[in-house]
Design a protein around this ligand. Sequence first.
Ligand code: TRH
Length: 378
Amino acid sequence: MAASDTSPPALPALRWDVFCQVIDNYGDIGVCWRLSAELAARGHTVRLWTDDASALAWMAPGGASGVQVLPWPVQAPVDGPGDVVVEAFGCEIPALFVAAIAGAARTRGRPPVWINLEYLSAESYVERCHTLPSPLASGPGAGLTRWFFYPGFTSATGGLLREQDLPARQAAFDREAWRARRGIAPDALALSLFCYEPPALPELLAHLHQRQDAPAHLLATPGRAAAALRAALTTISSQNRPEPASIKRSALSISYLPRCTQQAFDELLWACDLNFVRGEDSLVRALWAGQPFVWQIYPQHDDAHHAKLLALLDWLDAPPSLRRAHLAWNGLPGAPALPPLTPRTLAEWRACAQSARDRLAQGADLVTQLLGFVREKS
Ligand code: TRH
Protein backbone atom coordinates (compact mmCIF):
# COMPACT_ATOMS: atom_id res chain seq x y z
CA MET A 1 0.00 0.00 0.00
CA ALA A 2 1.32 3.46 -0.89
CA ALA A 3 2.19 5.71 2.05
CA SER A 4 -0.15 8.70 2.32
CA ASP A 5 1.49 11.96 1.24
CA THR A 6 1.11 14.65 3.90
CA SER A 7 3.03 17.37 2.02
CA PRO A 8 0.88 20.34 0.91
CA PRO A 9 -0.29 20.33 -2.71
CA ALA A 10 2.20 21.95 -5.09
CA LEU A 11 1.46 25.55 -6.04
CA PRO A 12 0.50 26.16 -9.64
CA ALA A 13 3.11 28.14 -11.58
CA LEU A 14 2.80 31.71 -10.35
CA ARG A 15 3.81 35.04 -11.85
CA TRP A 16 6.16 37.00 -9.61
CA ASP A 17 7.20 40.66 -9.66
CA VAL A 18 10.44 41.15 -7.75
CA PHE A 19 11.57 44.74 -7.10
CA CYS A 20 15.22 45.55 -6.41
CA GLN A 21 16.86 48.94 -5.92
CA VAL A 22 20.63 48.83 -5.80
CA ILE A 23 21.92 50.89 -2.87
CA ASP A 24 25.59 50.06 -3.37
CA ASN A 25 27.87 47.08 -3.97
CA TYR A 26 26.34 43.84 -5.23
CA GLY A 27 24.29 42.30 -2.44
CA ASP A 28 20.90 43.75 -3.38
CA ILE A 29 20.95 42.55 -6.96
CA GLY A 30 22.87 39.40 -5.99
CA VAL A 31 20.17 38.25 -3.57
CA CYS A 32 17.33 39.26 -5.90
CA TRP A 33 18.90 37.40 -8.79
CA ARG A 34 19.40 34.20 -6.80
CA LEU A 35 15.79 34.42 -5.57
CA SER A 36 14.41 35.05 -9.06
CA ALA A 37 16.49 32.31 -10.69
CA GLU A 38 15.47 29.78 -8.06
CA LEU A 39 11.76 30.64 -8.37
CA ALA A 40 12.10 30.13 -12.12
CA ALA A 41 13.95 26.83 -11.57
CA ARG A 42 10.88 25.69 -9.62
CA GLY A 43 8.56 26.46 -12.50
CA HIS A 44 7.45 30.04 -11.78
CA THR A 45 7.91 33.08 -14.00
CA VAL A 46 9.57 36.21 -12.69
CA ARG A 47 9.80 39.83 -13.74
CA LEU A 48 12.81 41.31 -11.95
CA TRP A 49 12.41 45.09 -11.88
CA THR A 50 15.62 46.93 -11.01
CA ASP A 51 17.11 50.40 -11.25
CA ASP A 52 20.57 48.94 -11.95
CA ALA A 53 21.00 45.60 -13.69
CA SER A 54 24.63 46.25 -14.66
CA ALA A 55 26.18 43.68 -12.30
CA LEU A 56 24.08 40.90 -13.83
CA ALA A 57 26.28 41.17 -16.93
CA TRP A 58 29.01 39.32 -15.01
CA MET A 59 27.04 37.66 -12.20
CA ALA A 60 24.61 35.88 -14.49
CA PRO A 61 25.56 36.58 -18.11
CA GLY A 62 23.45 33.69 -19.39
CA GLY A 63 20.31 34.90 -17.60
CA ALA A 64 17.81 32.25 -16.57
CA SER A 65 14.89 30.80 -18.43
CA GLY A 66 11.72 32.15 -16.83
CA VAL A 67 13.29 35.36 -15.52
CA GLN A 68 12.82 38.65 -17.36
CA VAL A 69 15.00 41.55 -16.17
CA LEU A 70 13.27 44.89 -16.62
CA PRO A 71 14.10 48.52 -15.83
CA TRP A 72 12.35 50.24 -12.92
CA PRO A 73 8.75 50.67 -14.14
CA VAL A 74 7.52 54.07 -15.30
CA GLN A 75 4.09 52.69 -16.12
CA ALA A 76 2.07 49.75 -14.89
CA PRO A 77 2.42 46.56 -16.94
CA VAL A 78 -0.51 46.07 -19.34
CA ASP A 79 -1.26 42.63 -17.95
CA GLY A 80 -1.25 43.98 -14.39
CA PRO A 81 0.83 42.79 -11.46
CA GLY A 82 1.69 39.14 -11.01
CA ASP A 83 0.29 36.80 -8.36
CA VAL A 84 3.06 37.75 -5.94
CA VAL A 85 4.91 41.05 -5.53
CA VAL A 86 8.23 41.06 -3.65
CA GLU A 87 9.65 44.35 -2.49
CA ALA A 88 13.25 43.54 -1.61
CA PHE A 89 15.00 45.25 1.29
CA GLY A 90 12.27 47.82 1.85
CA CYS A 91 12.65 49.43 -1.59
CA GLU A 92 9.56 51.51 -2.24
CA ILE A 93 7.77 50.22 -5.28
CA PRO A 94 6.38 52.97 -7.53
CA ALA A 95 2.94 54.39 -6.73
CA LEU A 96 1.73 53.46 -10.22
CA PHE A 97 2.50 49.82 -9.49
CA VAL A 98 0.81 50.03 -6.09
CA ALA A 99 -2.26 51.40 -7.85
CA ALA A 100 -2.10 48.42 -10.22
CA ILE A 101 -2.02 46.06 -7.22
CA ALA A 102 -5.11 47.77 -5.81
CA GLY A 103 -6.81 47.54 -9.24
CA ALA A 104 -5.97 43.82 -9.47
CA ALA A 105 -7.40 43.27 -5.98
CA ARG A 106 -10.72 44.64 -7.23
CA THR A 107 -10.85 42.90 -10.60
CA ARG A 108 -9.46 39.53 -9.49
CA GLY A 109 -11.41 39.50 -6.24
CA ARG A 110 -8.22 39.12 -4.18
CA PRO A 111 -4.97 41.08 -4.11
CA PRO A 112 -1.61 39.70 -5.20
CA VAL A 113 0.39 38.53 -2.18
CA TRP A 114 2.64 41.49 -1.40
CA ILE A 115 5.86 40.69 0.43
CA ASN A 116 8.50 42.90 1.94
CA LEU A 117 11.66 40.77 1.89
CA GLU A 118 14.00 42.03 4.59
CA TYR A 119 17.74 41.95 5.23
CA LEU A 120 19.31 38.91 6.84
CA SER A 121 20.09 39.06 10.54
CA ALA A 122 20.52 36.62 13.40
CA GLU A 123 19.11 39.15 15.91
CA SER A 124 16.14 38.09 18.01
CA TYR A 125 13.71 40.67 16.57
CA VAL A 126 13.71 38.67 13.33
CA GLU A 127 11.70 35.80 14.83
CA ARG A 128 9.22 38.31 16.31
CA CYS A 129 8.72 40.25 13.08
CA HIS A 130 8.79 37.44 10.52
CA THR A 131 5.43 37.23 8.65
CA LEU A 132 3.89 40.20 10.49
CA PRO A 133 1.35 42.17 8.45
CA SER A 134 1.86 45.82 7.59
CA PRO A 135 -1.51 47.27 6.55
CA LEU A 136 -1.41 50.35 4.33
CA ALA A 137 -3.52 53.18 5.71
CA SER A 138 -3.14 55.74 2.94
CA GLY A 139 -2.07 56.29 -0.66
CA PRO A 140 -3.04 54.22 -3.71
CA GLY A 141 -2.60 51.00 -1.73
CA ALA A 142 -4.84 52.00 1.22
CA GLY A 143 -6.57 48.91 2.57
CA LEU A 144 -3.97 46.51 1.18
CA THR A 145 -1.59 44.48 3.36
CA ARG A 146 2.12 43.92 2.92
CA TRP A 147 3.75 41.03 4.72
CA PHE A 148 7.20 41.11 6.29
CA PHE A 149 9.32 38.15 5.35
CA TYR A 150 12.62 37.80 7.17
CA PRO A 151 15.39 35.47 6.10
CA GLY A 152 17.15 33.99 9.09
CA PHE A 153 18.96 31.16 10.76
CA THR A 154 16.27 29.51 12.90
CA SER A 155 13.08 27.58 12.17
CA ALA A 156 10.99 30.59 13.27
CA THR A 157 12.38 32.69 10.39
CA GLY A 158 12.20 32.52 6.60
CA GLY A 159 15.47 30.56 6.27
CA LEU A 160 18.23 31.10 3.73
CA LEU A 161 18.36 30.97 -0.05
CA ARG A 162 19.50 27.50 -1.06
CA GLU A 163 18.98 26.21 -4.57
CA GLN A 164 17.56 22.72 -4.93
CA ASP A 165 20.52 21.69 -7.09
CA LEU A 166 23.17 23.05 -4.70
CA PRO A 167 24.08 19.72 -3.03
CA ALA A 168 24.49 18.04 -6.44
CA ARG A 169 26.63 20.90 -7.78
CA GLN A 170 28.76 20.80 -4.66
CA ALA A 171 29.17 17.01 -4.80
CA ALA A 172 30.26 17.17 -8.46
CA PHE A 173 32.85 19.90 -7.79
CA ASP A 174 36.47 18.84 -8.31
CA ARG A 175 38.33 20.85 -5.69
CA GLU A 176 41.82 19.59 -6.51
CA ALA A 177 41.44 20.28 -10.22
CA TRP A 178 40.11 23.79 -9.49
CA ARG A 179 43.10 24.56 -7.26
CA ALA A 180 45.60 23.08 -9.71
CA ARG A 181 44.19 25.22 -12.55
CA ARG A 182 44.87 28.32 -10.47
CA GLY A 183 48.41 27.32 -9.61
CA ILE A 184 47.70 26.75 -5.92
CA ALA A 185 50.40 24.50 -4.42
CA PRO A 186 48.90 21.23 -3.13
CA ASP A 187 49.95 21.94 0.46
CA ALA A 188 49.05 25.65 0.40
CA LEU A 189 46.48 27.33 2.59
CA ALA A 190 44.13 28.92 0.04
CA LEU A 191 42.23 32.00 1.17
CA SER A 192 39.58 33.97 -0.72
CA LEU A 193 39.29 37.68 -0.05
CA PHE A 194 35.94 39.45 -0.57
CA CYS A 195 35.77 42.41 1.79
CA TYR A 196 35.42 46.18 2.15
CA GLU A 197 38.43 47.83 3.86
CA PRO A 198 39.04 45.66 6.93
CA PRO A 199 41.28 47.40 9.46
CA ALA A 200 43.06 44.11 10.25
CA LEU A 201 44.06 43.38 6.65
CA PRO A 202 47.74 44.38 7.19
CA GLU A 203 47.77 42.13 10.25
CA LEU A 204 46.41 39.23 8.20
CA LEU A 205 49.13 39.77 5.60
CA ALA A 206 51.77 39.77 8.33
CA HIS A 207 50.43 36.45 9.60
CA LEU A 208 50.44 34.96 6.12
CA HIS A 209 54.00 36.12 5.43
CA GLN A 210 55.12 34.51 8.64
CA ARG A 211 53.51 31.10 8.16
CA GLN A 212 56.04 28.38 8.77
CA ASP A 213 53.92 25.25 8.34
CA ALA A 214 52.59 25.74 4.80
CA PRO A 215 52.60 28.48 2.17
CA ALA A 216 49.54 30.67 1.78
CA HIS A 217 47.78 31.62 -1.46
CA LEU A 218 45.48 34.61 -1.28
CA LEU A 219 42.83 34.95 -4.01
CA ALA A 220 41.58 38.53 -4.10
CA THR A 221 38.26 39.36 -5.73
CA PRO A 222 38.15 42.50 -7.88
CA GLY A 223 36.93 45.90 -6.74
CA ARG A 224 37.13 47.00 -3.12
CA ALA A 225 38.87 43.82 -1.89
CA ALA A 226 41.67 44.06 -4.46
CA ALA A 227 42.05 47.81 -3.85
CA ALA A 228 42.21 47.30 -0.08
CA LEU A 229 44.81 44.57 -0.54
CA ARG A 230 46.96 46.71 -2.83
CA ALA A 231 46.75 49.61 -0.34
CA ALA A 232 47.73 47.33 2.57
CA LEU A 233 50.68 45.92 0.63
CA THR A 234 51.83 49.45 -0.25
CA THR A 235 51.60 50.50 3.40
CA ILE A 236 53.62 47.49 4.50
CA SER A 237 56.35 48.05 1.91
CA SER A 238 56.53 51.81 2.61
CA GLN A 239 57.14 51.07 6.27
CA ASN A 240 60.22 49.35 4.93
CA ARG A 241 60.74 47.23 7.98
CA PRO A 242 63.63 44.77 7.69
CA GLU A 243 62.17 41.29 7.66
CA PRO A 244 63.39 38.80 10.24
CA ALA A 245 65.49 36.14 8.55
CA SER A 246 62.89 33.50 9.35
CA ILE A 247 60.20 35.24 7.25
CA LYS A 248 60.20 34.11 3.65
CA ARG A 249 58.26 36.43 1.35
CA SER A 250 57.63 33.46 -0.88
CA ALA A 251 55.39 31.99 1.84
CA LEU A 252 52.58 34.16 0.43
CA SER A 253 51.33 34.11 -3.16
CA ILE A 254 48.63 36.46 -4.34
CA SER A 255 46.25 36.11 -7.30
CA TYR A 256 43.98 38.94 -8.39
CA LEU A 257 40.82 37.36 -9.78
CA PRO A 258 38.58 38.72 -12.51
CA ARG A 259 34.86 39.17 -11.85
CA CYS A 260 33.06 35.86 -12.15
CA THR A 261 29.53 34.52 -12.20
CA GLN A 262 27.67 33.75 -8.98
CA GLN A 263 28.10 30.04 -9.63
CA ALA A 264 31.86 30.46 -10.11
CA PHE A 265 31.94 32.59 -6.95
CA ASP A 266 30.38 29.66 -5.07
CA GLU A 267 33.14 27.42 -6.41
CA LEU A 268 35.79 29.82 -5.17
CA LEU A 269 34.35 29.44 -1.66
CA TRP A 270 34.20 25.64 -1.96
CA ALA A 271 37.82 25.53 -3.12
CA CYS A 272 39.41 27.69 -0.42
CA ASP A 273 40.45 26.69 3.10
CA LEU A 274 39.41 30.03 4.57
CA ASN A 275 36.95 32.51 3.08
CA PHE A 276 36.74 36.19 3.89
CA VAL A 277 33.23 37.26 2.93
CA ARG A 278 31.11 40.37 3.39
CA GLY A 279 27.60 41.85 3.17
CA GLU A 280 24.79 39.33 2.96
CA ASP A 281 24.79 36.93 0.02
CA SER A 282 28.43 35.86 0.26
CA LEU A 283 27.93 35.12 3.96
CA VAL A 284 25.16 32.69 3.06
CA ARG A 285 27.32 31.13 0.38
CA ALA A 286 30.20 30.77 2.85
CA LEU A 287 27.83 28.95 5.20
CA TRP A 288 26.82 26.51 2.45
CA ALA A 289 30.49 26.03 1.54
CA GLY A 290 31.12 24.62 5.02
CA GLN A 291 34.69 25.97 5.05
CA PRO A 292 36.07 28.27 7.76
CA PHE A 293 35.05 31.88 7.12
CA VAL A 294 35.42 35.37 8.53
CA TRP A 295 32.61 37.81 7.79
CA GLN A 296 32.94 41.54 7.31
CA ILE A 297 29.55 42.99 8.06
CA TYR A 298 28.16 45.90 6.04
CA PRO A 299 28.93 48.92 8.25
CA GLN A 300 26.07 51.19 9.35
CA HIS A 301 26.47 54.80 10.58
CA ASP A 302 24.96 54.20 13.99
CA ASP A 303 27.07 51.07 14.58
CA ALA A 304 23.89 48.97 14.50
CA HIS A 305 26.00 46.37 12.72
CA HIS A 306 27.89 45.58 15.94
CA ALA A 307 24.83 43.92 17.50
CA LYS A 308 24.14 42.13 14.22
CA LEU A 309 27.67 40.75 14.10
CA LEU A 310 27.56 39.57 17.72
CA ALA A 311 24.19 37.91 17.11
CA LEU A 312 25.65 35.86 14.28
CA LEU A 313 28.65 34.85 16.39
CA ASP A 314 26.26 33.74 19.15
CA TRP A 315 24.14 31.74 16.73
CA LEU A 316 27.30 30.14 15.33
CA ASP A 317 28.45 29.32 18.84
CA ALA A 318 31.77 30.62 17.56
CA PRO A 319 34.86 29.45 19.45
CA PRO A 320 36.80 32.28 21.16
CA SER A 321 39.46 32.49 18.42
CA LEU A 322 36.79 32.90 15.72
CA ARG A 323 35.03 35.53 17.80
CA ARG A 324 38.33 37.41 18.20
CA ALA A 325 38.99 37.17 14.47
CA HIS A 326 35.58 38.73 13.71
CA LEU A 327 36.00 41.55 16.21
CA ALA A 328 39.44 42.35 14.80
CA TRP A 329 38.43 42.01 11.13
CA ASN A 330 35.47 44.34 11.66
CA GLY A 331 37.44 46.81 13.80
CA LEU A 332 35.04 46.80 16.73
CA PRO A 333 36.06 49.17 19.55
CA GLY A 334 38.71 47.56 21.73
CA ALA A 335 39.08 44.71 19.26
CA PRO A 336 41.75 42.15 20.12
CA ALA A 337 44.55 41.21 17.73
CA LEU A 338 43.76 38.88 14.85
CA PRO A 339 44.60 35.35 16.02
CA PRO A 340 47.31 33.54 14.03
CA LEU A 341 46.00 31.01 11.52
CA THR A 342 47.41 27.85 13.04
CA PRO A 343 46.20 24.42 11.85
CA ARG A 344 44.50 23.95 15.21
CA THR A 345 42.65 27.26 14.98
CA LEU A 346 41.52 26.51 11.44
CA ALA A 347 40.32 23.06 12.48
CA GLU A 348 38.19 24.69 15.19
CA TRP A 349 36.73 27.15 12.70
CA ARG A 350 36.01 24.35 10.25
CA ALA A 351 34.14 22.37 12.89
CA CYS A 352 32.09 25.47 13.70
CA ALA A 353 31.29 26.17 10.02
CA GLN A 354 30.30 22.57 9.36
CA SER A 355 28.07 22.35 12.38
CA ALA A 356 26.35 25.58 11.25
CA ARG A 357 25.85 24.17 7.78
CA ASP A 358 24.42 20.93 9.16
CA ARG A 359 21.95 22.79 11.35
CA LEU A 360 20.86 25.02 8.48
CA ALA A 361 20.51 22.12 6.06
CA GLN A 362 17.87 20.59 8.34
CA GLY A 363 15.58 23.62 7.94
CA ALA A 364 13.51 24.61 4.94
CA ASP A 365 15.19 27.00 2.50
CA LEU A 366 13.86 30.49 1.85
CA VAL A 367 12.11 29.78 -1.46
CA THR A 368 10.31 26.73 -0.03
CA GLN A 369 9.16 28.82 2.92
CA LEU A 370 8.14 31.73 0.71
CA LEU A 371 6.06 29.39 -1.45
CA GLY A 372 4.41 27.98 1.67
CA PHE A 373 3.62 31.48 2.89
CA VAL A 374 2.16 32.51 -0.47
CA ARG A 375 -0.01 29.37 -0.50
CA GLU A 376 -1.29 30.30 2.94
CA LYS A 377 -2.09 33.90 1.98
CA SER A 378 -3.49 33.24 -1.51
O1 TRH B 1 28.54 43.37 -2.42
P1 TRH B 1 28.11 43.25 -1.01
O2 TRH B 1 28.88 43.99 -0.03
O3 TRH B 1 26.62 43.62 -0.92
C1 TRH B 1 25.89 44.28 0.00
C2 TRH B 1 25.55 45.64 -0.39
O4 TRH B 1 26.42 46.50 0.26
C3 TRH B 1 24.15 45.93 -0.07
O5 TRH B 1 23.83 47.28 -0.20
C4 TRH B 1 23.80 45.46 1.29
O6 TRH B 1 22.45 45.51 1.29
C5 TRH B 1 24.21 44.04 1.49
O7 TRH B 1 25.57 43.85 1.19
C6 TRH B 1 23.97 43.57 2.89
O8 TRH B 1 28.15 41.68 -0.56
P2 TRH B 1 27.19 40.45 -0.84
O9 TRH B 1 25.87 40.64 -0.18
O10 TRH B 1 27.94 39.27 -0.48
O11 TRH B 1 26.95 40.45 -2.41
C7 TRH B 1 27.95 40.16 -3.33
C8 TRH B 1 27.38 39.42 -4.52
O12 TRH B 1 28.32 39.44 -5.60
C9 TRH B 1 27.07 37.97 -4.24
O13 TRH B 1 25.87 37.60 -4.87
C10 TRH B 1 28.24 37.23 -4.90
C11 TRH B 1 28.48 38.11 -6.08
N1 TRH B 1 29.81 38.02 -6.73
C12 TRH B 1 29.91 37.35 -7.95
O14 TRH B 1 28.91 36.83 -8.45
N2 TRH B 1 31.11 37.34 -8.59
C13 TRH B 1 32.23 37.92 -8.08
O15 TRH B 1 33.29 37.88 -8.72
C14 TRH B 1 32.12 38.56 -6.80
C15 TRH B 1 33.34 39.19 -6.19
C16 TRH B 1 30.89 38.60 -6.16
